[in-house]
Design a protein around this ligand. Structure first.
Ligand code: ADP
Length: 193
């Protein structure tokens, strides 16, 4: 039987708990299902200047990263039941917004080949709490992140998340256990499990 994996996207600013929640869900799913994890990286945010060349380079690199992830997703049919994505197109666009790149234009260019996720979990977190978590995670504050860049990324997400398929906004200010229970409730309610 032909089997199309369900694509679940974990989105949110750095420190919002994407990786933690992906791992918690993965640990449960792998007991019964074949799971593939897809992660995209993005460029550092420590230099937020408005240079045209830099913006073009970021846009190009972003395009390549998204293309790589998308091609990867197209080759997983029949091999996996779930694909858990640590970041997706929307995440890139939110960060592109930090650099002043016009996101709507990027969406227009990229939407035709992007797979619509079966579920987008947007982890909504207070910026100060995200910064505190990053600080604790990395022992010294990650040089790429500060209050300004994270706030701008959050603003980008809030402008854009309606463009990502099957969106659920998750309150990420709670304990990891509470959030995990919420994620599972969403999967059951949406008949994804
Ligand atoms: P992201 O992948 O979104 O950058 P992480 O999952 O790496 O976020 O979480 C950032 C840090 O916060 C990690 O050190 C993680 O252990 C911790 N963390 C994640 N979720 C919670 C939570 N609900 N409460 C407290 N700390 C958390």
């Amino acid at each position: 039987m032909y089997c199309k994996p369900k694509i679940i996207v974990f989105a949110g600013i750095d420190g919002s708990g994407k990786s933690t929640q992906l791992e918690l869900l993965n640990n449960e799913l792998i007991k019964s299902y074949r799971v593939f994890i897809s992660k995209i990286e993005y460029m550092s945010l420590n230099d937020m200047n408005k240079s045209l060349i830099r913006n073009l380079l970021i846009e190009f690199k972003s395009g390549i990263e998204i293309l790589k992830q998308t091609i990867g997703l197209y080759t997983k049919d029949n091999k996996f039941d779930y694909i858990l994505c640590d970041r997706y197109l929307m995440c890139y666009l939110a960060y592109a917004y930090v650099y002043g790149i016009e996101p709507i234009e990027l969406i227009r260019k990229m939407l035709f080949f992007i797979k619509n996720p079966d579920l987008t979990l947007y982890f909504d977190i207070d910026v100060n709490l995200a910064l505190k978590r990053i600080q604790e995670r990395d022992s010294e504050l990650d040089k790429h992140e500060n209050y300004e860049s994270l706030s701008k990324a959050k603003e980008g997400y809030e402008k854009l998340y309606r463009y990502s398929g099957n969106l659920e906004i998750i309150d990420a200010n709670r304990s990891a256990k509470e959030i995990n229970a919420n994620v599972k409730e969403v999967l059951i309610r949406r008949k994804l499990i």
